[in-house]
Design a binder for this molecule. Structure first.
Ligand code: NDP
Ligand code: MG
Length: 388
């Protein structure tokens, strides 16, 4: 009897920072959740470990060279094993799960998420790039299929939580908080010498490599502005960014009467992950609480957009729309990859993105095929800049 009411979760990107924390949440509520699908790209060892522990219906290993290893490690478990990019869509099309946790990093998350929506499955969305690239198509499809898209990104979870009970009330603006990352207050003469290991040290959050670099360049906040526009149906002018180094206020909503609602919590992704999985309910946990008596400051300041120009580039993409956010995202993925591999400097990331935005043809009303084409063109162009 109890079996049938468990929510069956498909974790796409289960071996990543969000994926592993989601499994911790699921582990804490065995009566509420069951793991149905797990996917990884290259980390076969962890995927096998997770599969043996959670006994899902199916797993996908993206890297086809690792198929045999995963298959033989799970041969006596009854877990179905798939591999390759197309398999992600194939399992997203399964009928057997209730909710997809979209926790793949980057553009690679788009296709399986679209498939889950087409398949009528609820989506807990961590993969912000999906909305940055094709937010219009994703949200329209979700509306047409009556599929809820519940944000996992902490800022958007905060806004989502502030909006509960406010369906009929107009939002004046939303205020996205940004920690400022490890280089808050630094100027270009410092940033020019920054290396991979500096950028990977985030003061408040422990996350995957790509989003950690995006936080250091403030591109993460830029992507989040675009993500917010689509999630909450906002005009570009209604999205504001403020630096808040303590990461306690996760974001705010200002209503027409001037009232501002904020959602607060310690910086721990397990809360927004848990909320997305249990929404509309809240469930008890014993995670550490904020002690307001020990909290001496909550500080807010304007972002330094002259130094962190990614924020201006993202604002331009937000305002112009079309395929420009897709171009920005693709060039950024290539540039961050190159920076992580010590191929370009920290400030070059912005330069690569800017040049791609200037170079690739602008399309005002792209369809899905246009997005895929723009993504490919921007990647090739960004890669050509890096080789020089
Ligand atoms: P990680 O890099 O830690 O994990 C990414 C996951 O996706 C891994 O399971 C990885 O597999 C898999 N993956 C990587 N590339 C591909 C690919 N090409 N095709 C299929 N699967 C792939 O990232 P995070 O968990 O940090 O972030 C995931 C998403 O959530 C991102 O979009 C990020 O912006 C967003 N997010 C993350 C937050 C965080 O705190 N980490 C906070 C808010 C949002 P493998 O391990 O095998 O490489
Ligand atoms: Mg965030």
């Amino acid at each position: 009897m109890a079996e049938s009411i468990k929510k069956k979760i498909a974790i796409f990107g289960s071996t990543g920072s969000i994926g592993t924390q989601a499994l911790e949440v699921i582990n804490a509520y065995p009566d509420l959740f069951e793991v149905e699908i797990l996917t990884a790209q290259t980390n076969d060892k962890l995927l096998v470990e997770q599969a043996l522990k959670y006994n899902p219906n199916a797993v996908v290993i993206g890297d086809e060279r690792k198929y045999e290893t995963v298959k033989s490690a799970l041969s006596s478990s009854g877990v179905k094993v798939f591999s390759g990019e197309a398999a992600l869509e194939e399992v997203a099309d399964f009928d057997t799960y209730d909710m997809m946790l979209a926790a793949i990093v980057g553009f690679a998350g788009l296709k399986p998420t679209l498939k889950a929506i087409e398949n009528g499955k609820a989506v807990a969305l961590a993969n912000k790039e999906t909305l940055v690239v094709a937010g219009d198509i994703v949200m329209q499809l979700a509306l047409a299929n009556r599929v809820p898209i519940i944000p996992v990104d902490s800022e958007h979870s905060a806004i989502f939580q502030c909006l509960v009970g406010e369906t009929r009330n107009k939002i004046e603006k939303i205020i996205l908080t940004a920690s400022g990352g490890p280089f808050l207050g630094k100027k270009p003469n410092f940033l020019v010498n920054v290396k991979r290991h500096h950028a990977l040290q985030h003061p408040n959050w422990n996350m995957g490599a790509k989003i950690t670099v995006d936080s250091a360049t403030l591109m993460n906040k830029g992507l989040e502005m675009i993500e917010a526009k689509w999630l909450f149906n906002l005009d570009p002018g209604q999205v504001e960014v403020i630096i808040h180094p303590q990461s306690i206020v996760h974001s705010m909503v200002q209503f027409e009467d001037g009232s501002v609602k904020a959602q607060m919590g310690l910086p721990d992704m397990k809360l927004p992950i848990q909320y997305a999985l249990t929404f509309p309910q809240r469930v008890q946990n014993n995670n550490p609480r904020i002690n307001f008596r020990k909290l001496d400051t909550l500080h807010f300041e304007e972002p330094d957009i002259k130094t962190f120009r990614n924020l201006s580039l993202a604002t331009l993409a937000l305002e112009k729309g079309g395929n420009l956010p897709c171009i920005l995202n693709a060039a950024n993925e290539i540039a961050v990859w190159a920076f992580l591999n010590n191929r370009i400097g920290f400030l070059d990331i912005t330069a690569v993105v800017e040049k791609a935005m200037q170079k690739i043809n602008y399309i005002e009303k792209p369809n899905l095929a246009d997005y895929f084409e723009s993504d490919g063109e921007a990647r090739n162009f960004a890669a050509s800049l890096i080789k020089m």
